[in-house]
Design a protein around this ligand. Structure first.
Ligand SMILES: [Zn+2]
Length: 580
């Protein structure tokens, strides 16, 4: 916002976005967001702190900025003169304000950059202060929140400024090792060395509406390449589309989003990590027979039910079976795949990381979500969230509903096979409980990329298969019209897979199926996941991983004899349970 004539300065401001003349008090009440056009004016660090943290909870760090002029830099003015002018102009010691505070009742260590101070540039003192803030977070075992606003590294301190990117990053790494949440809040503008270090190497990256972030600024890119830059280049929305940030958040929602993330991280830390293996006891439902299936259906009919457009999707379950979902976007490498959704949510009061395939109910929704077929970016987003969950000690719940991974040309170019392979590997050693639920179609490798779990559940009318019945029929039968026969032959129903030991438990659906009573289906799903998750929380991570690997080890040929017994049971149409 540009203030008008000095006499009116305290009363009126002109919006940089729409040029409206705004009553200053009204603007302040609206968090310096223009009520006319929604433009977010830049905030200085003290105002930002006041908006973000609980009242009276901010305590500045005792450390003062050190005065440094390491290389005796002089341009039109000696560097110390510029520093003095910045100090006078802002009332700050340096381009960052650091301290501890509470946000929504949760303790944090907080560093907030101020663009007014030499363009928020990152020099030795700023690097030192942010590093001290991270060290304080580590000492207090609290999350770290960094609010960035910077043109980049401070030229006047030469290569020592460049080193600050590494100094702060190694402190962020320390928090990562300790399983403490780090969040950056990108504000306008965030560029250069700050963008290429602690603004983006944190666990969660939130971008405020209207923020721009990039390594090189638009002017430099135009000069170097001569290219015309696309509309909205480097804006928050552009970054979201290209997988660079988790969320774009309007200013008034920042506190709420931060609070939800901090609550999830705090809950993960409250649960003590079990060191001793508990006395062996059966996992939930291991003794009980799988939920009594309804009247036997033909496998092809089940395939059609599993694909019913009214069947609840992952986002439906997140609305109904879970609470407080905060979606996290992007693979941080260039894309945000719409066929995979994920983020933190609560299940029965406990924070979990939920990751699932997303289809849709209408043709438009299905097209927008690529029919639930994940791209390599989708698998990489899932991988990022799995690893984040493990660091924060949050259990992972996956909801599987995909015809298969995206079979397109671009997906192949971007390494679809390797992306799936990496997820299977990562899940098999993930040191946190994982419960997978096949809710609709469990199609091939795309499904398995989310289903290497401690407990694998399957909805009563879901299917899980190495290939679609149509695909199988086209290859092994004269033509794809033999899909119903192929469906029967593939043994892809929940009851069949339970007998084969691929699935641990069948989750019953309301009659006739989930699409007839989505709320009822959500309740049954929530109950089943909660029951299966509870015993896993008492298992030390190393034991979890060992058991999970054993679980999948047993599908090897050494178990062929057992599998033959199961095959005979299937052939006889026996409904008897086969001992695991
Ligand atoms: Zn405006």
């Amino acid at each position: 916002m540009t203030t008008t004539a000095p006499r009116d300065e305290q009363l009126w401001s002109r919006c940089d976005g729409c040029a409206s003349l705004l009553y200053r008090k009204r603007l302040r009440r609206n968090l310096d967001v223009c009520p006319e056009c929604g433009s977010h004016a830049r905030l200085d660090a003290p105002d930002r702190v006041a908006q973000l943290v609980d009242p009276d909870s901010f305590t500045p760090l005792p450390e003062r900025a050190v005065r440094v002029d390491p290389i005796g830099f002089v341009d039109a003015l000696p560097y110390p003169h510029r520093l003095s002018a910045a100090r006078t102009g802002t009332g700050l010691d340096e381009a960052v304000v650091c301290g501890t505070a509470r946000v929504g009742g949760h303790p944090v260590a907080l560093a907030v950059m101020d663009f007014r101070f030499l363009g928020g540039s990152l020099g030795c003192a700023v690097g030192e202060l942010i590093t001290r803030t991270a060290e304080r977070a580590l000492a207090d075992a609290t999350p770290l929140v960094l609010v960035t606003a910077s043109g980049g590294a401070r030229m006047q301190e030469g290569a020592l400024s460049l080193m600050q990117m590494a100094t702060v990053s190694q402190a962020v790494a320390g928090l990562r090792e300790a399983g403490l949440l780090t969040v950056s809040v990108i504000t306008d503008p965030t560029y250069g060395g700050v963008a290429a270090s602690f603004a983006t190497n944190t666990d969660v990256v939130l971008a405020e509406n209207g923020a721009r972030l990039g390594f090189a600024g638009p002017r430099v890119i135009r000069q170097v390449t001569g290219a015309t830059l696309p509309e909205g280049f480097q804006t928050a929305e552009f970054l979201l589309r290209h997988g660079q940030v988790d969320l774009v958040v309007p200013r008034h929602a920042l506190r709420g989003r931060l609070t939800a993330l901090l609550a999830a991280a705090e809950a993960g830390r409250r649960v003590p990590v079990p060191r001793q293996e508990p006395a062996p006891r059966p996992a939930a439902g291991a003794d009980a027979p799988a939920a009594a299936p309804g009247p036997a259906r033909d496998a092809w009919e089940t395939v059609r039910t599993a694909r019913h457009p009214g069947r609840p999707t992952t986002l439906d379950y997140l609305e109904t079976a879970f609470d407080g979902f905060v979606e996290l976007h992007g693979d941080r490498l260039g894309a945000d795949c719409p066929a995979i959704v994920g983020g933190v949510a609560r299940l029965d009061g406990r924070p979990v990381m939920v990751i699932g395939h997303q289809k849709g109910h209408t043709t438009a929704e299905l097209v927008a979500r690529n029919f639930g077929m994940a791209s390599p970016a989708g698998h990489r987003k899932a991988l990022r969230l799995m690893r984040l969950a493990a660091r924060l000690r949050l259990p992972v719940v996956t909801l599987v509903d995909t015809p298969g991974a995206d079979p397109g040309v671009a997906a192949e170019q971007q390494g679809q096979a390797a992306a799936i392979a990496e997820n299977i590997l990562a899940l098999s050693v993930l040191p946190t409980p994982v419960v997978a639920v096949v809710t609709g179609e469990g199609g091939s490798g795309g499904a398995l990329a989310l289903a290497v779990a401690d407990r694998v559940l399957m909805l009563e009318h879901a299917v899980y298969s190495v290939i679609s019945p149509e695909g199988c029929a086209a290859i092994l039968w004269p033509d794809s019209s033999a899909a119903p026969q192929a469906a029967r032959a593939l043994r892809l129903t929940a009851a069949d897979l339970c007998r084969l030991g691929v699935v641990d438990e069948v989750v019953p659906e309301p009659r006739p199926a989930a699409h007839g009573d989505p709320a009822g289906a959500a309740e049954l799903l929530g109950r089943a996941v909660t029951a299966n998750l509870a015993p896993l929380l008492a298992v030390p991570p190393a034991t979890l991983v060992r058991r999970r690997r054993q679980r999948f080890r047993r599908f090897g040929a050494a178990r062929a004899a057992d599998l033959n017994v199961q095959r005979d049971a299937l052939r006889n149409g026996a409904r008897t349970e086969v001992a695991q």
